[in-house]
Design a protein around this ligand. Structure first.
Ligand code: NDP
Length: 293
């Protein structure tokens, strides 16, 4: 029997409805409209699409947003000046610096410069530290979105073997932390480019999260029958393969083996945006006097 498809768009829509309701209640209570500021450097077309989607989602949820664009030639200090300005602006609650940044910019220094209370991507070391101690201030957007999808699909993680493919700061590592946390209670293995016998490790998984950025990398022979497979990857296929988007999972083949599976697009992507909205509301609550922080 082919895998059950996990409909990320539907799960995200329901999640966004809950955020919208909570934003309306917050704004009515406080008179404050949560506001997300997006910073974009250069003209990466994919970044422009992501940011536009995030802004549209904000609007629907009753969250204000603004776009701060810098030229591709912007210096580190230009960008830091922009971030510091947003840090100091009391009408801005969340700051999102769209990655990747041009080569001349030290990405880490810029992310570190975002005020921790406005760090809605949960990239600041203070927020990563809180997350690693299981007392998160913000949810890491993509990994928290994956947890929502698992929960919506009724996938049990407690006591299960979870394998995370990829150890990036943005996806792999925080994903492993959420699966490991009390409540989720999975036994977690994190793989990377130096992992020996990767296929055998993957075959042990009851829950498999692929986040490596290689189109169709995870093949059916790497998946134990019945495994829940979450595909985080977003890869643009070359023209000779028809262009378009592919995940890190060989979708058609893995669908025949897995128990449940997320599509790309329409899986993890919409959830990432939905969690970002929730984080923006949380940021506004934390920065508004009298609100439970
Ligand atoms: P990174 O490039 O930062 O990290 C990739 C990770 O995969 C690294 O840990 C790397 O190992 C590992 N890796 C690469 N090749 C292999 C291999 N052949 N075998 C085993 N491990 C390998 O990517 P990100 O984590 O930022 O993103 C991963 C994917 O998820 C991308 O396709 C990205 O576009 C997508 N993404 C999707 C989001 C969404 O909302 N759906 C959000 C964020 C990302 P090593 O550390 O050893 O180099």
């Amino acid at each position: 029997m082919p895998a059950t498809l996990i409909d990320g768009k539907a799960v995200a829509a329901a999640y966004r409805d809950r955020v919208q309701t909570d934003v309306a209640a917050f704004t009515q209570r406080t008179g404050v409209t949560p506001h997300l500021a997006a910073v974009v450097v250069g003209e990466n077309p994919a970044s422009a699409v992501y940011v536009r989607n995030k802004q549209r989602a904000c609007e629907k949820a009753g969250i204000g947003s603004s776009l701060h664009t810098l030229p591709a030639t912007a210096s580190q200090s230009d960008l830091l000046t922009c971030v510091h300005g947003l840090n100091d602006d009391p009408t801005v609650h969340g700051i999102l610096v769209q990655l990747p940044l041009p080569e001349q910019i030290d990405e880490r220094a810029v992310l570190d410069a975002v005020a921790p209370l406005k760090d809605v991507d949960c990239f600041h070391p203070e927020n990563v530290g809180l997350l690693s101690q299981a007392r998160p201030r913000f949810a890491p957007c993509t990994p928290a979105g994956v947890m929502e999808l698992l929960s919506a699909a009724g996938v049990e993680t407690s006591g299960k073997r979870a394998v995370v493919l990829g150890r990036s700061e943005i996806v792999g590592k925080p994903m492993a932390m959420l699966l490991l946390a009390r409540g989720a209670d999975a036994t977690v293995t994190v793989c990377h480019s130096r992992t020996a016998d990767l296929a055998a490790v993957c075959r042990e998984a009851d829950v498999l999260v692929a986040a490596i950025g290689r189109a169709k990398f995870l093949t059916a022979d790497m998946v134990k029958p019945g495994t829940a497979v979450i595909d985080v990857g977003i890869n643009r296929l070359p023209e000779e393969e028809g262009g378009g988007l592919a995940g890190d999972v060989d979708f058609d083949a893995v669908r025949e083996v897995a128990g449940s599976l997320t599509p790309v697009p329409g899986g993890v992507g919409p959830m990432t945006v939905a969690v970002l909205l929730r984080n923006t509301l949380t940021a506004a609550e934390l920065q508004t006097a009298g609100e439970p922080g």
